[in-house]
Structure formats: C-alpha cells, structure tokens
Design a protein around this ligand. Structure first.
Ligand code: FES
Length: 82
C-alpha cells in the first residue's frame, strides 16, 4: 500500500527501514531514507509514518513481556520468614 503518494513510498519500504534501524529512527528519517533523501512535499504521509514508527518502537514480544514480568515479580517478592 502506498503511504507517500508524492514519492511512491510503500508500507513495505517503511517496514524494511524500521526492521533495519529499529528504535534508532524517526518519522522524518524514515521519510528521508525511503524517498531518496527528498524533503516531504505535501506532508500528508508523515502522520501515518509516525504511527508506523511509534507502533514499531512500542512493539514487545511475548518472550520479552514474560521476562519483564518475571523480573518485576522477583523484585516484589517478600523474603521468606524463617
Ligand atoms: S504524500 Fe508524502 S510528501 Fe506527499
């Protein structure tokens, strides 16, 4: 699906960039990388790119969530009384 009609950037182009750069990028950088270093023309794609970046950056796997829950549980566990 085309996200940026001005430069023909698709959701696949954006996802590939996000997979390569992970949390180290922004919507501005994604647009620049996927459009051949062009500045946004109309800018209508920027909110959708931002949503994709935010979603990607907040993505957590079940394994990561499980590990986090174990750490929180261990930290909150009361010491056993003798
Ligand atoms: S749709 Fe991306 S700059 Fe216009």
């Amino acid at each position: 699906m085309y996200i940026c009609l001005c430069y023909g950037v698709t959701d696949g182009n954006i996802q590939d960039h996000l997979d390569d750069f992970g949390n180290k990028t922004s919507s501005k950088n994604v647009h620049k990388a996927c459009s051949g270093a062009q500045k946004p023309n109309c800018g209508k794609c920027i909110p959708m790119i931002k949503d994709m970046v935010d979603h990607h950056n907040n993505k957590i796997t079940i394994g990561e969530l499980s590990d986090t829950m174990k750490q929180v549980t261990a930290a909150n566990k009361k010491p056993e009384t003798i």
